[in-house]
Design a protein around this ligand. Sequence first.
Ligand code: CS2
Length: 472
Amino acid sequence: MEAGLHDRLHRDPTIEGGIVHLGLGAFFRAHGAIYVAEAGGWGITGVSLQSPGTRDRLRPQGWAYTAVELGPEGEKPQVVTVLRDVLVAPEDPQAVLDAMASPATHIVSLTVTEKGYCHEPSTGRLNRGHPDIAHDLANPLPRSAPGFLVRALAARRDAGLPPFTVLCCDNLPENGRVVRGVVGELARLIDPALADWIAAKGAFPATMVDRIVPATTPADLDRLEATAGYCDEAPVMHEPFRQWVVEDSFCGPRPAFETVGVQMVADVTPYEHMKLRMLNGTHSSLAYLGYLAGHETIADTMADPVFAGFVRGLWRNEIIPALTPPPGQALGAYAEALAARYANPAIRHRTWQIAMDGSQKLPQRILGTIAESRAAGRAVPGLTLAVAAWMRYASGRDERGAAIEVKDPLAPRLAALWRDDPARTVAGFLSLAEVFPPALRDDAGFAHDLTAALSALVRDGARACMGGRADA
Ligand code: CS2
């Protein structure tokens, strides 16, 4: 089957062109890749920007892999054969640029996580001090995602080709605008005429992506082998639910996404805000508070009535009042659907996994809601407690004094901000300009509330603090 697929992708004259995808993690393979496969007629060249592991596991399988739907009532495996090649950028960056600059490529999509855009999370601007950006300014063979986009776009312009559409599939607000911004800034530093060409001809549609995809575990591999009867070294696990909302502004051909349930719209912003603040905002809140309280997964936190009540209170009292619903979407119903998705016992989504990279995630997930609510005079005690829990988590010690493996690009700086005095800890964290927007850094009332929340957290523990704020 695999060799046949490979041949077909190169010979089938109905295939109009290709997609190069940067950041071939489990999320894209369980979400965007499946939509592309269903739409038909397109193949994907995957690119790992860091390590060869995924390529090495997929190659012997002819790039095919199993996507396993984990529903509360059982598992459904599906073989996905849309990948036609996988490249590893650090091994051969020129091969990646060649694939992106090929006339057959029309779309470069990305899931490189929040930190992969080398931007400052609080402002969205390119972080010129980032070591990979410094490298990419000085070298034609890039390391960063923005570097690959800029150098490949330059090669296309020089070859007289149109640009590809840049399709960001990461959980950033107005993600198309963010990528357009970092690409434009980097291009201008390298070649102002290139920046003008990209600004005039390029397309960076915004998207909202949604599917819960926990990391695959060795136990998943064994279970799949036992039930499906074959060995897959690189399957992905996902919940039944999926949603993809895409701004319909491509500068070249695209798959017939609208035929497979992708919502093609003129403005993605209300969908992005709803999803980032209602799903990811509560995911992060449950991750920090849940981890501190000793819960291993999101489903475990939802099975704890104190947490289930707390998260419902966050939606009803703090997050929904600050949102404009997308057309035809009732936010109360969206919250109920999220509660059911979180409670799915088949999904073992670890609080530790979601807690990763908090400095890159908090601004769009939680801090925006807090800043807007405070400006409008609405109280946000639960979200303030979640920020305090992030600070406590980032200190690197849990409530019993055990070490936490904190994964965050700012981890050493965050740990060094911890003091025995909560007011001083809060002052230190609030000085992080790349995380907190000016409206919160200069808000003495917020510093006061955050200090009170952190003091209570240290004194009483996460679970006790949340009990008082529950809304069950
Ligand atoms: C999660 C997301 O890991 C995380 O930070 O909040 O990956 C979440 O599962 C997805 O955005 C759901 O669409």
